[in-house]
Design a protein around this ligand. Sequence first.
Ligand SMILES: CC(C)(COP(=O)(O)OP(=O)(O)OC[C@H]1O[C@@H](n2cnc3c(N)ncnc32)[C@H](O)[C@@H]1OP(=O)(O)O)[C@@H](O)C(=O)NCCC(=O)NCCS
Length: 82
Amino acid sequence: MVIINFAIDPAYQGQGWGELLLRETLAIMHDIGVVYFYLDVRASNIQANSLYQKYGFSEIGIRKQYYSQPDEDAIVMRKVFQ
Ligand SMILES: CC(C)(COP(=O)(O)OP(=O)(O)OC[C@H]1O[C@@H](n2cnc3c(N)ncnc32)[C@H](O)[C@@H]1OP(=O)(O)O)[C@@H](O)C(=O)NCCC(=O)NCCS
């Protein structure tokens, strides 16, 4: 399974919707037997990094200059389902 984008409309950010969406996504993945969940996130994206860490993702690597406009490293994170 591949998820291309994970985002909440800016007008509704900071109100718990991102957390709800991630929780539901993780529940579906767990139900279908996913063991590893990998994602990339911009190094400067404090909100997303914080959300992913809160839900058990840990940093496992860096993709140098992965993003453009602006150029930026990606942090690679992984969650292991128990
Ligand atoms: C990242 C994103 C999905 C979070 O969704 P959201 O609805 O704004 O977040 P929530 O209100 O559900 O907050 C859940 C958690 O996210 C993190 N978070 C949200 N806003 C934050 C902020 N301004 N600063 C730091 N952490 C923040 C926190 O861990 C928060 O948990 P807490 O309330 O216990 O601190 C949303 O900000 C977004 O769509 N951003 C733009 C697109 C994007 O960056 N997508 C991710 C690409 S990898």
